[in-house]
Write a protein that binds this ligand. Structure first.
Ligand code: SER
Length: 891
């Protein structure tokens, strides 16, 4: 049974049983705790936590997931995939344990001819959390299996949480016995033999902290008892398709087949190669799916995971013996398979493939440069009998050649060497600290959600955002956080994070910067709001400085947004939507937004495009947007279902959840986009939009920066004044400026060449005189000359010119020292006869260099050096003279 059919049967089964089918969400959801969606339940988290009301009580989905902690295991076991699809059924306060067990068992055991998976009961083993007698009794009742077929496991296996604070609960898994070829009888830790393929989580607890799978704190019960299940689509597929592992299923194996063709090696011939084949199959697919959802390769977080996957795939193909570009051969194979389910892979192929191919090209470059350095370094280590590559070297490879540490580790391991990882990390930390000292610490990253959770719970509902309509509103202080903990008061001079039950302040998000302003309490206390963030869904935190008075929870407050700043940001946000739309009109639907920043008076907007955007397109887009600014289109927001939004033509960007109510912002009926931000009321309020230029910020992503409103006007006005000044100075009309400036530059160039000729003539004229006046030192013709105002090039020209004029039949030595702009240059030159007498230009420069505050050297015939101390020139000439006398006398 192919994967598509398994998927179809799963969804149909649950749909028949009253579940609403929900499409997979993007791999990227806005959850500060998660890099990627890693389970089917993630998009539903607010429903489990009771933060949002679900539009259905039963749902089913096949969710795209990425997990990378086990990346090293990929290909080594039968079941570790970085990308996988999780089939799930969910109950939000509807059925609980019994319903979940019945539904799962029915699908798994129903005969294939009847729409089920037809697994033999005799091979199935349900597991329970040891002590969950309720589950034990239900499994017995539903399946009729004897007790010994129901396995009791500890919390490590059978208590499920997200690994971070959030929902969790005891679970039951269904295992299938794959037979003695995969492990000993009855050894349930032999995971390839007793393969777990479906996890039923009885989601009932809220966890406040999670230290490990077995060590966590349960803060209390969830508002309702829920069900969250996850069936591994690939696991079921490899069992039903009678293949050994997930990499061999219908949607993955073709990549292995193509890799065999490319490399000429055979899958199944050699265990080491097999791991590589599987890594290729897995990583190619994962990378493609990540790029499709908007990830671009980078050096941090999501971008780094993608880069690592792509590079590991490329390297694995190389290790299999294929050295050409691999991705153009392999990616389309994976697309053709996965595209049957995810049609965006076809639609967005130009962008996806160009991002991936560009990364492979960059990596090939990196490999070329870095491998040479790596080989030298490892050879040196081996030669000195060492077994470890130093942290310094690993760091240099990383810093200078872009070699990721894991690549260095892998390549070192292949050479039988280890790497001083501690040393490497120390250097990395030092570098990071330095970078941090410059850059403002990135907001929002790695926050301890604990204190925020506590405040959110005490409010019990989402903070009300009044800012779509108001810039001033009344509320109550509902919590204070300082230094990562909840506090009960803050005083003048304190930095505090303050939570109100309602606020007009917009928290940074969706590319829009936070509002600023003031909050005044009933007791007269005044706070200056500098930043506003939403660290967890539904909570708005004002980061503020207490200017005067005392702040305590419970106080009534008036929150006032800095209106000018807000209006200016809103104009930028509306302009971003318009520019986005105009680019899509000009470049096609693939020019989708990949990030933006809407700030007062300016915005930047990143989007996917292959190659730079032609200047003519920039002009057209700018004109189109400004025409529609003048058309004074009304901007309005509506809340609707996702389905309605898509039907209305709204651009659904990644990160949006399906099934939810969404907010759609429209500029006239032209640009329509899912958006939670604030906007101008009419496009006319934007005044002017000026695109400042576009550039590349990474593979396949372009960045446009622009000014809006007063800032755009002021920029244009400044440019105008500048042009007027230039036109006055150059005495031509503005439109003649380019030609005039071109003329001037040309004439300047010609004049400079003339001057250079004259200067050189003068310099060399002196050469004849100097050669004629050469001193005689023990039979050696010596010219030692100082020339002020001459740079290194001139000094060399002069020295060689003089040498050429000395009689070739006698030993001749020239030393010229010049200085220009604080730099001193020395050049020594000897002729054949002088060298025959043992005179060396190199020795002369070495003698002179230190006295010039520098060094230098070269060959015996010509050597060159320099320094920074002009006061030493005469002494240096004397030292060179002494060296000549010594060498000439000695011979
Ligand atoms: N959330 C559970 C898991 O990831 C079941 O879907 O295993």
């Amino acid at each position: 049974m192919d994967t598509a059919e398994i998927r179809r049967r799963f969804v149909a089964h649950f749909e028949r049983n009253g579940h609403t089918p929900v499409p997979s969400a993007s791999l990227l959801l806005d959850d500060p705790n998660l890099l990627f969606v890693n389970a089917g339940m993630v998009p539903f988290k607010p429903y489990f936590l009771g933060q949002e009301t679900p539009p259905y009580r039963r749902a089913t989905s096949v969710q795209k997931c990425v997990r990378t902690p086990d990346i090293e295991d990929v290909g080594k076991t039968t079941r570790h995939g970085t990308f996988f699809e999780m089939c799930g059924n969910f109950s939000f306060g509807d059925y609980f344990k019994e319903g979940a067990i019945e539904l799962a068992w029915e699908l798994v055991t129903r005969p294939v001819a009847d729409g089920g998976f037809g697994f033999a009961e005799s091979l199935l083993y349900p597991s329970i959390l040891d002590g969950d007698d309720e589950a034990l009794a239900l499994w017995r009742k539903v399946t009729g299996l004897p007790d010994e077929r129901i396995i009791r496991l500890g919390p490590k296996e059978n208590y499920w949480s997200m690994g971070v604070p959030g929902p969790g609960g005891p679970c039951s898994e269904i295992l299938i016995d794959r037979g003695p070829a995969y492990g000993p009888d009855g050894d349930f830790s032999a995971e390839d033999r007793y393969l777990e393929f479906w996890n039923l989580v009885f989601m009932q607890d809220e966890l406040s902290s999670v230290r490990s799978k077995e060590d966590f704190d349960i803060a209390g019960s969830l508002p309702k008892k829920n069900i969250d299940t996850g069936m591994g689509l690939e696991r079921v597929a490899f069992m039903m398709q009678g293949v050994d592992n997930m990499y061999e299923i219908d949607v993955m194996f073709p990549v292995i087949e193509r890799t065999q063709e490319l490399t000429g090696r055979r899958y199944g011939a050699n265990p080491e190669d097999d791991v590589r084949f599987r890594v290729v199959a897995d990583h190619i697919r994962s990378s493609m799916m990540l790029i499709a959802d908007g990830v671009a390769p980078g050096n941090e977080a999501r971008g780094y995971v993608l880069r690592r996957l792509l590079r590991r795939a490329v390297r694995s193909v190389r290790l299999l013996g294929y050295e050409d570009r691999a991705l153009p051969e392999l990616l389309p194979v994976s697309r053709d398979k996965m595209g049957e389910t995810y049609s965006d892979l076809h639609r967005d192929w130009d962008r996806i493939s160009s991002v991936a191919f560009a990364e492979e090209d960059a990596f090939r470059q990196t490999l070329r440069a870095g491998t040479a350095i790596f080989d030298t370094a490892t050879a040196a280590v081996k030669q000195s009998g060492g077994r470890q590559l130093s942290g310094d070297k690993a760091f240099a490879l990383h810093d200078t050649y872009g070699f990721p540490i894991d690549l260095t580790l892998e390549m070192a391991a292949e050479q039988g060497l280890s790497v001083d990882e501690d040393g490497f990390r120390r250097l990395m930390t030092e570098q990071r600290e330095r970078a941090k000292a410059d850059a403002k610490a990135k907001k929002g990253a790695h926050r301890d959600a604990h204190a925020y959770r506590e405040v959110a719970d005490s409010i019990g509902r989402a903070v009300e955002f009044t800012g779509y309509t108001d810039v001033v509103s009344e509320g109550t202080v509902r919590g204070l956080v300082a230094a990562g903990g909840v506090v009960t008061a803050a005083r003048e001079g304190d930095e505090v994070e303050l939570v109100l039950d309602r606020t007009p302040f917009y928290a940074e998000g969706g590319g829009q910067l936070a509002d600023q302003g003031v909050i005044e309490l009933e007791n007269g206390a005044l706070l200056q709001v500098r930043d506003v963030q939403s660290p967890i869904t539904g909570l708005v935190v004002h980061k503020a400085l207490v200017l005067s008075g005392e702040v305590t929870p419970g106080a009534a407050a008036q929150a006032r947004v800095d209106v000018e700043r807000r209006r200016s940001i809103s104009r930028s946000h509306t302009a971003t939507h318009m520019v986005h739309k105009a680019f899509r009109e000009a470049l096609g639907e693939t020019a989708t937004q990949a990030g933006s920043e809407n700030a007062p008076g300016r915005f930047r907007f990143d989007f996917s495009a292959t190659g730079s955007v032609p200047a003519s397109v920039m002009v057209d887009v700018e004109e189109r947007v400004n025409d529609l600014v003048l058309a004074d289109l009304a901007v309005h927001a509506e809340v609707m279902t996702q389905k309605e939004a898509v039907a209305s033509g709204a651009m659904a960007l990644f990160g949006e959840k399906y099934g939810d109510q969404v907010r759609v912002v429209s500029v006239g009926d032209w640009a329509r986009e899912l958006c939670g931000g604030t906007h101008a009321h009419r496009s006319g309020q934007l005044g002017v939009v000026k695109l400042m230029g576009e550039s590349s910020i990474g593979s396949g992503v372009r960045r446009v920066e622009a000014l809006v409103g007063g800032d755009a006007y002021r920029f244009l006005a400044r440019e105008h004044v500048l042009v007027a000044q230039l036109s006055e100075v150059l005495k031509v009309r503005p439109e003649q400026l380019p030609e005039r400036v071109h003329d001037i530059v040309e004439r300047l160039r010609t004049a400079e060449k003339e001057i250079e000729k004259v200067r050189l003539g003068q310099l060399l004229a002196a050469g004849g005189e100097l050669a004629a006046g050469a001193a005689d030192v023990a039979g050696v013709k010596v010219v030692a000359h100082r020339v002020d105002g001459a740079g290194a090039g001139d000094v060399r020209t002069l020295a060689l010119d003089i040498r050429g004029r000395l009689p070739a039949a006698a030993p001749g030595v020239v030393v010229v020292i010049g200085q220009a702009e604080g730099k001193v240059s020395v050049v020594a030159a000897t002729n054949d006869e002088a060298r025959a007498r043992g005179l060396s230009a190199n020795a002369l420069v070495r003698a002179a260099g230190p006295l010039l505050g520098g060094k230098g050297g070269g060959k015996d015939d010509v050597a060159q050096g320099g320094g920074t101390d002009p006061s030493g020139i005469d002494a240096a000439l004397a030292a060179a003279g002494a060296e000549i006398a010594r060498a000439a006398g000695a011979s």
